[in-house]
Write a protein that binds this ligand. Structure first.
Ligand SMILES: O=C(CO)[C@H](O)[C@H](O)COP(=O)(O)O
Length: 225
C-alpha cells in the first residue's frame, strides 16, 4: 500500500490543528513536517514547537524532515517534542551512522534524504541501517515547485537498491507530487508520497485530495507489486 504524507508546509497555519485532523481522518498515513534553517536551504520554516503542538492533535506518525546544516544539534528537541521519524540529509552527514544510531536509541525511526543532484548509489552503504530513504524530486527549500522528471529513473534505481539491501525500507518521494506525477513515481517504486500543495492547496479541499492521491497510487502500485 502506498502511504500519503501531507506536508504541512503548504497548510494555512492559522488552521493547522484542524487541517491535520482533516487529513488524518481522510486517511493520511503520516504528517510530514519540513524544517528549514536558512543555511542548508535558502528558506526558514518551523521548529520543534510545531511538533509539540501537533502531538496531541493526531495519533498518526509525525515525520520530521530536517533540511538543516547541523541536524545533530536539533535532534533531541524534535524527539522530545514527539517526532516518530526523523529524516536528515546525506549531503550534510556523509557518515550518517552516528545520527541514525541516536534516533534508533530513542526508539524512533530514521530516514536518509538526498537531493536531485546526488548520485543515487551513494545511499547504498546506509540502506541497511535506515527505515526510510527519501529521494527529493525537487531541490529542497520551497513548496510548490515543479517535479523534476528525471526523478523517475532515480526512483527506479533506488527501488532496485532497496530490494538488494533492505526490502522493508520505505522509498519516499518529496516535491511536486500531485495527481499527474504520483502514478509515475509509484510505478517506478515509491511507496510513500509527500504532497503539500496538491493536498492543502487543492480546489476540492484536503480530504478529496488525500483520497484521490491514495486511489491513484493504489492503481499505479499494481504495475510493480
Ligand atoms: O520538502 C519540501 C520543500 O523543500 C516540501 O515537502 C515539498 O516541496 C512538498 O511540497 P509540494 O508538494 O508543494 O511540492
Amino acid at each position: 500500500m502506498t502511504a500519503i504524507a501531507p506536508s504541512i508546509l503548504a497548510a494555512d497555519f492559522s488552521r493547522l490543528g484542524d487541517l491535520v485532523r482533516e487529513v488524518d481522518r481522510a486517511g493520511a498515513d503520516r504528517i510530514h513536517i519540513d524544517v528549514m534553517d536558512g543555511h542548508f536551504v535558502p528558506n526558514l520554516s518551523m521548529g520543534s514547537v510545531v511538533v509539540k503542538g501537533l502531538r496531541p492533535v493526531t495519533q498518526k506518525s509525525l515525520e520530521v524532515h530536517l533540511m538543516v546544516q547541523d541536524p545533530g544539534k536539533f535532534l533531541e528537541g524534535f524527539l522530545t517534542a514527539g517526532a516518530d521519524r526523523v529524516i536528515f540529509h546525506l549531503e550534510v552527514e556523509p557518515d550518517p551512522r552516528p545520527l541514525i544510531s541516536r534516533i534508533h536509541q530513542a526508539g524512533k525511526k530514521a530516514g536518509l534524504a538526498f537531493n536531485p543532484d546526488k548520485p543515487v548509489d551513494e545511499i547504498a552503504p546506509f540502506l541497511g541501517l535506515v527505515d526510510l530513504a527519501l529521494c527529493m524530486t525537487v531541490f529542497p527549500g520551497f513548496g510548490g515547485q515543479a517535479f523534476i522528471s528525471s526523478s523517475i529513473d532515480r526512483v527506479r534505481q533506488l527501488r532496485e537498491l532497496i530490494k538488494t539491501h533492505n526490502p522493508t525500507c520505505d522509498l519516499e518521494v518529496d516535491g511536486g507530487i500531485d495527481a499527474v506525477t504520483a502514478p509515475g513515481v509509484v510505478a517506478a517504486g515509491a511507496n510513500v508520497l509527500v504532497a503539500g500543495t496538491a493536498i492543502f492547496g487543492a480546489k476540492d479541499g484536503p480530504t478529496a485530495a488525500v483520497k484521490h492521491l491514495a486511489d491513484l497510487a493504489a492503481h499505479a502500485a499494481k504495475s510493480w507489486a
